[in-house]
Design a protein around this ligand. Sequence first.
Ligand code: CA
Length: 456
Amino acid sequence: MFVGRPFDRVTDFLGVLLEERGLQHIEIGKVPFTGGVKTEMPALSVSLARFLRTNSIATDYALYVEVNGPTLDEVRAVVMDKSGGMVWSDHQTTRDKAFQALGTPRDPMALLVFLVERLSPQFSLNDETAKNHSTKQGDAFKASSGYPSAGDTEPMPARLKIMKETRQKATLMVLGVRMDRTVNVTSASDLARRIGGTKMFQAAVPANQPVLLEARMAGGDQLKYLWTIAREFQAYVKKNPPDADYVLYADYLFNRQHWQQGGVQFVVCDRHGEWVVVELTNSDQEDYQRIKPISAEGCDKLLVERLSDRLQATRVVTLEIVKVDSEETAGEDGKGANAVDGNPETKWHTQWQAANPAPPHEIVIKLTPACKIKGFTYLPRQDGMENGTIKDYEFFVSNDGKDFGEPVKKGSFERVKEMKTVTFDARTCQFIKLKALSEINDQPWTSVAEINVIPD
Ligand SMILES: [Ca+2]
């Protein structure tokens, strides 16, 4: 028990130090006691005894500590029993050898460590008692500092395990994607669609009314920021039980010119508001460096990959265009990269304005990481036109991007707009190539809204 200024950081820290030495049943005083300042030790003791007799305490003993002077040249401590009987007192100043040994300038925290060393024998605290110390004060200290406590993070792996086991039947709802202090339905829907696309959860449904959290970054401390978001989101979910097994909140900070500046934070809670995944990623990390997010789409991609990693679900494969034999970039935005941007509205289209090169046309895509795939999907252009829609095709895989050998599959697509799924005996590869031999109306073009692979 300490009688100090309530919620004072120094008082809290002293509690943590004593707890770490093995002291049990520590409480921080709620009523401030300031009677000692500028009085002599005997007067301080009288005044503290009076305080204890008028303010009953929940513990057997009370500890009062002062660190005084502009250069912190004095430490005074008094331990009394709950009825005000003196147990121990200590008064250390710059005249004392042990105190001098602390050197200058003195740090208040170092003085507390010094005090705890002197106090430990009074409570029979030693290395043995320190071994099995409680973490209550430490947890409270961390929570008030904004960082997670062991009590916060320890149950999370068990919850994650449950989420892994039940995810095929579980629903996950995106309650908000916050960017630049705003949140909207479209970004939540986009992220939900991307998560749904990975088949990590049975369904990912967007909320109609996204939640705008208040948490703000302070002092550039991303970890603290993440946990501020986590706590605020948890409070929201507990107050507003969701119609889903899991809920997700994302927060993106990005700079469209400089990918290094930013961070992606996200929190997944179960329907009771308990944390399952609390994650951040920034330019110090491999996935961030690889994806280089400068847009909401990039941040979505990063988040989905992280979530997938945590679930150890079918790993999300990143597709990247290596080359296309032809692309129209003047008459429209028909660049090859549009075939793997995750957006069904954009497409790769071979050249049609200045020239109309004849098929076959081909697109080569790199997979990161190399993985075992058992098929691919082809989504034809989704607008009202058919130009470029593939009829006959050959599909190849390769480890080095040069030698593609014989096709692993060849066939003909039907004349429908729906996504086509082609499967074959699973192959490990790093590169794929789709070769379009003909177009459904025998025109010279090829177009692709999206290509994706089906991991084994
Ligand atoms: Ca596209």
